[in-house]
Design a protein around this ligand. Structure first.
Ligand code: FAD
Length: 308
């Protein structure tokens, strides 16, 4: 109920105007967002790198509806890549196709992605295409496949809450693709996504095991296990030990500001760990999705509001 309400509010213009006008929301969003400026993201990335944690930088933004805005977002990502290079950060980037013009046309999003991937190639890093709401999954996978045919530095995301994901994972595994597996952060109806958390969790474990199987590892598949859930992490650790999965086949990923101690602990135990670091002025929908994931975050905001 709470999750649905926050996911509804994440897309509502009136709620966006209301929340972004509140100082307490800005302050609380800082727990999940490195800052509004690129320099703040660089500092957050450097601090994580110093702890042995790799980074994926996300210049926040989604659902762009003009050619000009899509080109601006593309240019900002190219600038971000140049900054990663100049600051010698151990970082790649994550992008959303609706930020690059997917709502205007697939060709536009594809063209913008090519410019970003060319720059990423030039500086020797990679790009993950985030997965957005279910109406974009087919187009995202089509664009990913076209890019994956010519670039070896592109990956995408699969959401364990979708029924279709098992079949998508089999296909991507056979193609030797780089995939980030997450539970899924959008509001989806029960005819396409598991409504119960227990089923999403069980599917996450099933998909992790499927993708780390010898058959798909031999095809070149690489898995980014993106979760803060101790049960998902333990299941992955157990599976890789029992099946001698090499460290080169996978990494753990978490979001900036969530379970920092576990991030460091995984690094101390020899695992590859990457933290997704978002920054920029367009923090509202990202922030609302983080609130939707954990009702306790909302009490944290209310407490800060009333204790001013
Ligand atoms: C690196 C990364 C990239 C992602 N990319 C995408 C994407 O492209 N598309 C997409 O749909 N989703 C994406 N997600 C979000 C993901 O789908 C989940 O919504 C999110 O990770 C919460 O699921 P969980 O696996 O942590 O498990 P949950 O069962 O939701 O949480 C497990 C525990 O983790 C902690 N936790 C989880 N979320 C929060 C939070 N917001 N605040 C505080 N504590 C929290 C809590 O202790 C909670 O009990 C991404 C997540 C990560 C880590």
């Amino acid at each position: 109920m709470m999750r649905s309400s926050f996911l509804y509010l994440s897309a509502a213009g009136w709620a966006r105007r209301l929340v972004t006008g509140l100082g307490v929301a800005h302050r609380t969003a800082r727990r999940f967002v490195a800052g509004e400026e690129l320099q703040e993201a660089v500092e957050a990335a450097r601090a994580l790198n110093e702890k042995g944690i790799m980074v994926s930088l996300d210049h926040l933004g989604e659902n762009v509806f003009s050619l000009e805005d899509s080109k601006r977002a593309t240019g900002e990502y190219i600038e971000l890549l140049q900054t990663i290079h100049e600051h010698i950060l151990d970082a790649n980037i994550s992008v959303k196709l609706t930020q690059l013009g997917l709502n205007i046309s697939e060709d536009l999003a594809l063209e913008n992605m090519r410019s970003i991937l060319d720059k990423a190639n030039e500086i020797g890093t990679s790009v993950t295409i985030d997965m957005e709401a279910s109406q974009y999954v087919d187009a995202t996978l089509r664009i990913f496949r076209q890019l994956n045919d010519t670039y070896d530095n592109v990956g995408t995301v699969i959401q364990a809450y979708l029924y279709r994901s098992e079949s998508d994972m089999h296909q991507l595994g056979a193609e030797g693709a780089t995939v980030r597996l997450c539970k899924g952060a959008y509001k989806e109806p029960p005819d396409i996504a598991f409504p119960e958390k227990a089923d999403v969790d069980a599917n996450f474990i099933k998909l992790m095991q499927l993708y780390l199987s010898e058959k798909y590892r031999d095809a070149g598949a690489y898995l980014k296990v993106a979760t803060h859930d101790p049960h998902m992490i333990e299941s992955t650790e157990r599976f890789v030990k029992d099946n001698n999965v090499p460290m080169s086949a996978f990494e753990f990923q978490m979001l900036y500001g969530i379970r920092a101690a576990t991030q460091e602990d995984l690094v101390a135990r020899g695992y590859k760990m990457r933290v997704y670091v978002p920054y920029g002025a367009e923090w509202y929908p990202y922030f609302m999705r983080r609130l939707a994931e954990r009702p306790a975050n909302v009490w944290f905001i209310l407490r800060s509001f009333f204790s001013r």
